[in-house]
Design a protein around this ligand. Sequence first.
Ligand code: FPP
Length: 243
Amino acid sequence: MQSGKPGLPVHVAIIMDGNGRWAKRRAMPRFLGHRQGVQALKKAVRYASQEGIKILTVYAFSTENWQRPQEEVNFLMELMHKTFVTEIGELHREGVRIVLVGDRTNLEPEILNVWDQAEKVTAKNQGLTLNVAFNYGGRNEIARAARNLARKVSLGELTWKDVTAETLEKELYTWPSPDPDLIIRTGGEQRLSNFLLWQSAYSEIYITSTLWPDFKEQDFAHALHSYNQRERRFGQVHSKENA
Ligand code: FPP
């Protein structure tokens, strides 16, 4: 388990919601909201890194997002591609390690190449780990992990008794990242939307109505402050009640 500064989450995950609404409020097309969302993401990455957060996981594209209008899907794909091509140098200089968490199987080769390159170039960096959840769905992730274990059982590498929470979590996309301590959702909706379903069992959740493109350092600081005020019990009894 990685340790960080006292009171600071080691692993923060963000559901970056509200790009479309941000654009709509300005009578702009939705894609401009996504473009502005990248600027907010750059700020969040820099801030997390400065604050000493070890891992930041961001929900960039879900397995359900393929159902959006084709134009928007194409725009998002191009945006990811372009952003990683242009930002990789700076991220690398800042010591950020990039990891793709999600299903690689049906991604376009150009997208996969840029991810592979980003992962390879930054693999040895010691700073912030940036897990980008892309073509990610929590249920798919758990089903895939179960399938991997089933295969190992059928090959005789494991027995059915070896199928435990510990062996299953090693098959998740996010392994070996520890579970997120704090999940931030922007845009005000109060749900997880298929994000980190297994890993969020004891995560603290912080929801803000701020739309993702408007999410700034001070909003991030508020979320961290809120986390710092909470007592995490992990299903146990309050420390004072126990005394
Ligand atoms: C949700 O807002 C946002 C997304 C589906 C895309 C998030 C992507 C980015 C912020 C860009 C990330 C870029 C990289 C390089 C990882 P929404 O469209 O659902 O907003 P709405 O709820 O207001 O409609």
